[in-house]
Write a protein that binds this ligand. Structure first.
Ligand SMILES: Nc1ncnc2c1ncn2[C@@H]1O[C@H](COP(=O)(O)OP(=O)(O)OP(=O)(O)O)[C@@H](O)[C@H]1O
Ligand SMILES: [Mg+2]
Length: 332
């Protein structure tokens, strides 16, 4: 399988009045062609900063660094703005939580859908409109050709998100980054949009980085999952393995917060993870989950590395106790 995205040791720092905030603290991500990788974690763990860092769209004051940040083998770190613009919106596109932040209220949907295709590909306006209608239909937007003349405010939230999905697909991208694309929608629409993203991703063979705080959503769509906590990946595994053998206490805690068919007794109380995420201002010593972990011990005061679990290369865990002696030797 070919690597669409190869990220090593990605870091994002943001200056704040109280000091430098380490929003992303050394993340590795590999996404293969046509694969759906879910990034999951609580609010504030650095999911959006990671996605904006991948797209080169961080706030101006943020500082990004990485050992490697490659898209289809090309180094994004050394590209200039013109080269990045050739990739963004064409080969790598993004879907946000709130479509109104990316749709321009004063242009028709037709103009906005066709814009990227006309800018990036040699195509006529008529061909661009034809593709827009085709993709709107594929994305489940009724009366697709009439919609091209409409403005964003004339659509419901669910329809707007369908338009965003069609727009993300216009140039036939190799990668889509979707940051909580269904969080703002009500539950039934959310389920439809999830199904749609999964179907189109499989049909078009697009790789997707799907960001969510909801492990119930992950179970429905992911191929692989990276669980984030306090700016780091703490566990990464194929989806079946993550749900079958959750190994990091944070993953176990998150799974305890959602109902699981066949496991959760009807009417029983779901858990919550007590405590709060530590401050990410300045250095974080030892395990970042230490103060909330029901299994915390003295050994957890040493800083854990993300290592393969039980010899399985595809399942990595950042926990001193999961690795026992191996972890302690690696840290030495
Ligand atoms: N513009 C900013 N300036 C300073 N700090 C910021 C800014 N945006 C985000 N942060 C901080 O960076 C950290 C990571 O935020 P991020 O938005 O990536 O989290 P997230 O995982 O996407 O959360 P959510 O689920 O709420 O969207 C948080 O501590 C947040 O407070
Ligand atoms: Mg976010």
């Amino acid at each position: 399988m070919s690597l669409i995205l190869d990220v090593r040791n990605l870091r994002v720092e943001l200056p704040t009045p109280r000091g430098m905030l380490q929003a992303v603290r050394g993340i590795d991500l590999q996404v293969n062609r046509g694969e759906m990788l879910c990034l999951v974690g609580e609010s504030g763990c650095g999911k959006s900063m990671t996605s904006l860092a991948l797209m080169g769209l961080l706030p101006a004051k943020a500082r990004r660094s990485a050992d490697r940040l490659a898209f289809c083998g090309e180094d994004l770190l050394t590209m200039n703005e013109r080269q990045l613009n050739g990739i963004r919106g064409a080969r790598m596109s993004m879907i946000f939580q709130e479509p109104m932040t990316s749709l321009n209220p004063s242009f028709t949907l037709g103009d906005q859908l066709c814009e990227a295709l006309l800018a990036h590909r040699k195509t006529s306006r008529a061909q661009a409109r034809e593709r827009a209608v085709y993709l709107l239909e594929r994305a489940g937007v009724p009366q697709a050709s009439d919609r091209l003349r409409q403005y964003p405010h004339q659509l419901s939230g669910g329809l707007r998100q369908r338009v965003m999905i069609a727009m993300a697909l216009m140039c036939g991208p190799e990668l889509i980054i979707a940051d909580e694309p269904t969080t703002a929608l009500d539950v039934t629409i959310q389920a439809q949009i999830l199904r749609l993203i999964r179907e189109l991703q499989q049909e078009f063979g697009t790789a997707v980085v799907f960001i969510t705080h909801d492990l119930g959503v992950v179970a429905r769509i992911a191929d692989r999952v990276s669980v984030m906590y306090a700016g780091q990946v703490v566990e990464s595994a194929p989806v079946q393995q993550l749900y079958g053998q959750p190994t990091h206490p944070y993953t176990q805690g998150l799974l305890g917060c959602i109902p699981v068919r066949g496991k959760t007794e009807p009417g029983s109380r779901l858990q919550a993870i007590p405590g709060v995420v530590p401050s990410l201002i300045g250095a974080v010593e030892g395990c970042a989950f230490y103060n909330r972990c029901p299994q915390a011990r003295q050994a957890c005061l040493s800083t854990p590395a993300l290592l393969p679990h039980a010899g399985q290369a595809a399942h990595a865990v950042r926990c001193v106790q999961a690795h026992g002696g191996d972890q302690l030797r690696a840290a030495a």
